[in-house]
Design a protein around this ligand. Structure first.
Ligand code: PMP
Length: 417
């Protein structure tokens, strides 16, 4: 019945029925450890009990579910809590826009407002970037296959090399500066630069804090707006609520979605510095900007960030993953592979690339769900819920190790044959 466009259900050919934190069960009752977490939409796990209680209570008291962008108690609660628990402690001052419930909605609105504010058209984006599937976001997305799907031109963006694109010796901000300042470069002054601090779909490329700082300086000097697309890396994926906290930058616009809805419920935010919030009422509109169940879940999810305990826990889990992957690679120097990523989004990049898909397939047979990413699908990526229990994390890492050894073994056998 379902369209040919379906994708994840082709990699994970089971019918799933139940889920709890970092585990899923199929209809035959088989258990899986979830190292995919809804592509980053389930940072607080499946069916988080504290969030679920809030949702059930809200439903039972006949709270408003859908409200366009009318004022509701649920929305007010979320706005206050987000401002008090997230923005204020970090010294950030943003107006909060609800652009429609998906990541690509947030990116579209960010690009529109940057163009409106500056009166310029071009947006600088980066090699291997992923920003979404609607035409504006797709124009800033690198992947050739996805771009071709548009069927039309994807104008008004300029791709620049991301940090590390040409290897270590070349600082790509120097290149960008040269292009921007050379009146002969043919490069128009852009409205904004949009970037992910770690490119999730693009293969777990992590920009260095120094590079991010330089990009911000470059923007400040030339009156270019800086947009951080934190749709996948935000809400704690890299270890802090916003992925740019370590770099100490202060973007003009921030895109959030996926886990901001707390419970896997569709929701997105576009955070805009007040001086750039030049929208006319309704100028960027949409029916599903008042998903009150998501507001209720999102407000409760923020309780994870109200003291430092969660961040500490994340740091511990991140270093455990780093250690396990490094150890595995050390034990198998014959495999051309290296560790990539940061925080609770790390993975192994393989040469030849198809080993990543093989690892994901073998891991699934053994009961771990993990995806691949990168331009050649060369990176096997681990992205568990941030709330994963340590024992489940250990079990998942052990299955990953067995799966890695199985593919290495079969590669060897393949080579002998
Ligand atoms: N930006 C980034 C960085 C993403 O990772 C994604 C989704 N993978 C999007 C935007 C698009 O989000 P959505 O699929 O909800 O439109």
């Amino acid at each position: 019945m379902e369209s040919e466009v379906r994708s994840y259900c082709r990699s994970f050919e089971k019918v799933f029925h139940k889920a709890k934190n970092a585990k899923l069960w199929d209809i035959e009752g088989r258990e899986y450890i979830d190292f995919f977490a809804g592509a980053g939409a389930l940072n607080y796990g499946h069916n988080n009990p504290a969030i679920r209680t809030r949702l059930v209570d809200y439903l039972l008291e006949d709270g408003v579910t859908h409200s366009l962008d009318m004022a509701t108690k649920a929305k007010e609660m979320f706005l206050k809590r987000f401002t008090l628990s997230i923005l204020k402690p970090r010294g950030l001052d943003y107006k909060i826009m609800f652009p429609g419930p998906t990541g690509t909605n947030s990116v579209e609105s960010a690009m529109k407002i940057a163009r409106k504010v500056t009166g310029r058209r071009n947006i600088v984006c980066f090699t291997n970037a992923f920003h979404g599937m609607s035409l504006g976001s797709l124009a800033a997305t690198g992947n050739a296959f996805k771009r071709k799907g548009a069927g039309v031109d994807l104008p008004n963006t300029n791709f620049m090399p991301y940090d590390g694109y040409f290897g270590e010796g070349i600082n790509t901000v120097d290149m960008m500066e040269k292009y921007l300042d050379d009146p002969g470069s043919g490069f128009d002054l852009p409205a904004a630069i949009i970037l992910e601090t770690v490119q999730g779909e693009g293969g777990l490329n992590a920009a260095s804090p120094a590079w991010l700082k330089r990009v911000q300086e470059l923007c400040l000097k030339r009156d270019i707006l800086l947009i951080v697309d934190d749709v996948q890396m935000g809400c704690g994926r890299t270890g802090t609520f916003f992925s740019f906290e370590e770099a100490g930058i202060n973007p003009d616009i921030v895109c959030l979605s996926k886990s901001i809805g707390g419970y896997g419920l569709p929701m997105a935010l576009t955070l805009i510095k007040p001086e750039y919030d030049l929208w006319h009422p309704g100028e960027h509109n949409g029916t599903f900007r008042g998903n009150n169940l998501a507001f209720v879940a999102a407000a409760e999810a923020l309780s994870y960030w109200e003291d430092g305990a969660f961040e500490k826990e994340l740091a511990g889990k991140a270093s455990r993953i780093e250690e396990a992957l490094s150890q595995l690679l050390k034990e198998h120097p014959e495999v051309k592979a290296y560790r990539k990523g940061k925080g609770l989004i790390q993975g192994i990049s393989f040469d030849p690339p198809q080993l990543a898909g093989q690892l994901s397939a073998v891991a699934f047979k053994r009961g771990v769900i993990m995806e691949t990413s990168g331009p050649h699908d060369e990176v096997a990526k681990l992205m568990p819920p941030l709330t994963i229990e340590s024992s489940v994390l250990e079990k998942g890492l052990a299955i990953l190790k067995e799966s890695f050894e199985e593919i290495v073994q079969s590669e060897r056998i393949g080579a002998l044959v």
